[in-house]
Design a binder for this molecule. Structure first.
Ligand SMILES: NC(=O)C1=CN([C@@H]2O[C@H](COP(=O)(O)OP(=O)(O)OC[C@H]3O[C@@H](n4cnc5c(N)ncnc54)[C@H](OP(=O)(O)O)[C@@H]3O)[C@@H](O)[C@H]2O)C=CC1
Ligand SMILES: O=C(O)CCC(=O)C(=O)O
Ligand SMILES: [Mg+2]
Length: 751
């Protein structure tokens, strides 16, 4: 969906536009084909120029090999501008299997992109691999998130959820579901942290225990004055022992085994941990055939599906397949992603992503799907204990007090430390699979105010351990504390900093928060610092009493909490307002807090029905238009924003959001209603008479043909459709599918 394809609007460059709208993947990409023409039509009346930035997985692959403009890099630069206004939809953070599929799809279209080199051996292959590694995993959000995060449910959304509570699975005190985490040897227990005194450069290296030459893991790493620098590692020995225990425990307790990781955002460490879990479930297979599989580039970290798909070409293929089947049938039931097609939790590393998977399990009364398509209790394995306690506390709370009630429960909004790749979510370029036993050290090269050669942090490690460093700059920490105070003041709710005194990083952060709070006016505010488990308990207790509690967290809990609480409160995190005030003054408006909902694509292709809810886009657009008005002086944009918010409130009240069942309003139908309500609000408002006059005939027209539009949109349901690709669908085909109402299209063209 490139700008040039659309002749109705002159192309606007990303750098010149008042507003940039991102083109992404899967369900939000489909929704954009329907919504963006409406947005462009309406905003033109306010003289707001809109550019499209293609940051889809396919777009980024093409850009990496010179077949498309590198829109992500351009947007990254734009985030530094004080006038940037960017609407960011969720995108695929690709696992290796997804990346390979996208590459194959582009190649089949005749686009010359190279294969993904599994084991690069030449310089050219290493270069290709580096290019793909930059596209892989969470490669978009960290580039754009040059600010901290403010995610909350707007009042109208919360009111709607209370009056139309979503279904919740029942929780029984007898539930056998529980969370398992490591009690030593993990990232939490090994964490060490320090504050860097001055700007400078450090090196990360391994001094092997056998006295052989030092291995440089990272040649140079710039550090900044006042930043918090941490290092930690996951002991593979302790991880393996833990995972083996959990496999046995799930069997003994007769519950499903499920593994919850963030292999997308934590693109180096978590696929490795996922691979250890695959091994732990198939110990005999890996002991007999591990080398054969390795030689064939069939890696457990890519998941069972990749291994199974690669067996055909192997001499031992059938024996390996039989061994896997036999071990799976004798071990505990594995939680399923798709029981109809035999897809387990361990098939693809990016199918079960902890921020969405744990809340979905909790919402379902602590159950996941088994191989027979029934819901069953599960042992939820979250190896690193840094944040697993939060989920454990929710599970225990639900066992003791029953499911939460969306009709009455309070809200847990979040203020998250995120800017400049803060904490773990910026660690992938400082994460290493340790090649040999020895000492990993972070050593001063120059600057920092310390003598060259000073060892800042060090760990004794074994081969196979996963070591990582994290950086958290000072300016983002100050900004985060300020944002927390602002939100506490604006909302009147208590603000709780979730910081763990048993962790090195959190202890340092606690002292900084204490210091920076003294610089704020907080006398009449309720601001506390609690460890994450205590903070969870307090937030739940208050939520059960209908009270709101702001969670002020680091980057990972920002991610976890903004799915967890919204999924319980609102049924989905798609309904969140998600604002990132960029540190240089710009605004990044994320649409909801969830991802790209891959399951929705299947339903569109099968039934021509898209259940994606664009509420997050509507909320983000209104905020973005207000920001445009502020930075460009185009006051009309603010009038458009107020009218849009009013239209969104009507849409909620009138229940015009997409349903889940065929025959109800889908994504396209909800867009048409939004356009109708938006036009009505613009015609009725008195702040801008010209705008009112311009939209009066549009509003009248919608009143006349609104039902025709809905009938045209409903008529296309219940048929299969073809859009000519998954990662890189054909624009014309997709547009035809997503804009099937000639009547609506004519109105939009007229705007
Ligand atoms: N900001 C970003 O860019 C983010 C990207 N991601 C990426 O998204 C992909 C999928 O991640 P996953 O863990 O499955 O999580 P998702 O949030 O994409 O999906 C989980 C479920 O949430 C529901 N859901 C999410 N958004 C909506 C919406 N707008 N309307 C209605 N329902 C919605 C759907 O439930 P149901 O099926 O019941 O309808 C969906 O199946 C991954 O590639 C991941 O990396 C993930 C999070 C954030
Ligand atoms: O970038 C990603 O991979 C996921 C981001 C995410 O889940 C979030 O920010 O809530
Ligand atoms: Mg998330």
């Amino acid at each position: 969906m490139t700008q040039q394809d659309d002749q109705r609007f002159p192309a606007v460059e990303i750098e010149d536009a008042d507003l940039v709208y991102t083109l992404t993947d899967e369900a939000p990409m489909l929704a954009t084909h329907s919504l963006l023409p409406i947005v462009e039509g309406f905003t033109r009346a306010a003289d707001v120029s809109v550019a499209r930035a293609d940051i889809s997985l396919a777009g980024r692959i093409m850009a990496a090999f010179g077949h498309a403009s590198d829109d992500l890099a351009r947007l990254g630069t734009l985030t530094q501008s004080e006038s940037a206004t960017i609407i960011k939809l969720p995108n695929i953070s690709a696992s290796v299997p997804q990346l390979k599929k996208a590459i194959a799809e582009l190649q089949a279209e005749g686009i010359e992109v190279p294969d993904y080199p599994e084991s690069p051996s030449t310089d050219a292959e290493r270069e290709v691999r580096a290019a793909y590694d930059a596209v892989k995993g969470s490669a978009v959000n960290p580039v754009l998130r040059e600010g901290n995060s403010d995610r909350r449910a707007p009042i109208a959304v919360k009111a709607y959820a209370r009056s139309h509570p979503h279904s919740m699975g029942e929780w029984s005190p007898q539930s056998r579901t529980r969370v398992a985490m490591m009690s030593s040897g993990d990232f939490r227990h090994n964490e060490a942290s320090t504050i860097v005194p001055h700007d400078g450069t450090v090196q990360i290296r391994l001094r092997p225990a056998d006295g052989s030459d030092t291995v440089v893991l990272r040649e140079t790493l710039p550090v900044t004055a006042g930043e918090v620098l941490d290092a930690t590692y996951m002991s593979v020995r302790e991880l393996d022992a833990f995972l083996t225990e959990q496999v046995a425990a799930a069997s003994a307790e007769e519950v499903l085994l499920s593994v919850h990781l963030k292999a997308t955002m934590m693109k180096v460490s978590d696929p490795l941990i996922f691979g250890r879990a695959v091994r732990a479930v198939l110990p005999a297979t890996f002991s007999s055939f591990g080398e054969v599989l390795e030689e064939a580039d069939l890696r457990p970290e890519d998941g069972l599906a990749s291994i199974l798909a690669g067996l055909d070409g192997l001499a031992d293929g059938e024996r390996i397949r039989a061994s896997i089947a036999s071990e799976l049938s004798q071990g505990p039931g594995i939680a399923m992603v798709d029981s109809d097609n035999g897809i387990t939790n361990l098939h693809v590393p990016s199918d079960v992503i902890i921020d969405a998977s744990m809340p979905a399990m909790i919402r379902s009364g602590g159950k996941m799907w088994d191989a027979q398509g029934q819901m069953a209790d599960t042992l939820a394995v979250i190896p690193d204990s840094s944040y697993a306690g939060v989920y454990e506390a929710v599970v225990e709370d639900c066992k003791a007090n029953g499911a939460l009630d969306p009709a009455t429960m309070g809200s847990v909004p979040n203020v998250g430390l995120m800017a400049r790749k803060a904490e773990e979510y910026g660690s992938h370029d400082k994460t290493f699979l340790v090649p040999a036993a020895g000492t990993v050290e972070i050593v001063v090269l120059d600057g920092t105010g310390l003598p060259a050669g000073t060892v800042l942090l060090s760990h004794e490690v074994e081969a196979g351990d996963i070591w990582r460093a994290c950086q958290t700059q000072d300016a983002p920490v100050r900004d985060w504390v300020r944002l927390a105070v602002t939100r506490a003041r604006a909302s009147g709710a208590p603000a709780v900093f979730w910081l763990d005194p048993t962790r090195g990083h959190d202890r340092v952060l606690t002292s900084l928060v204490g210091a920076y709070l003294t610089q704020e006016d907080i006398e009449d505010l309720d601001i506390r610092i609690l460890d994450p488990v205590a903070a969870t308990r307090l937030s739940l207790e208050r939520a059960r009493q209908g009270q709101d509690t702001i969670s002020v967290t680091g980057n990972v809990l920002r991610d976890y909490n903004t799915d967890l609480f919204p999924i319980l409160e609102l049924g989905t995190s798609a309904k969140m307002l998600s604002v990132v005030p960029l540190m240089n003054g710009g605004g990044l408006y994320e649409t909801g807090a969830g991802g790209s909902a891959p399951k929705h694509v299947r339903q569109l292709l099968h039934d021509n029905y898209l259940r994606w809810d664009s509420l997050g886009e509507f909320l983000a657009l209104a905020e973005a238009l207000r920001h445009v008005a502020l930075v460009t002086g185009k006051t009309r944009a603010a009038v458009m924003a107020d009218a849009l918010d009013a239209a969104t409130t009507t849409l909620l009240k009138e229940n015009r959001s997409p349903g889940r069942r065929l025959g109800t309003i889908d994504n396209r139908g909800s867009h048409a209603w939004l356009a109708q309500y938006w036009a009505a609000e613009l015609a009725a408002q008195e702040a801008d008479a010209d705008l009112a006059a311009r939209f009066a005939p549009v509003a009248t027209l919608f009143q006349t043909v609104g039902e025709t539009i809905q009938a045209e949109l409903a008529a296309v349901q219940r048929q299969t459709v073809e859009i000519g690709g998954y990662y890189h669908p054909n624009d014309e085909l997709t547009e035809a599918v997503m804009r099937p109402s000639a009547t609506l299209n004519a109105i939009i063209d007229m705007l």
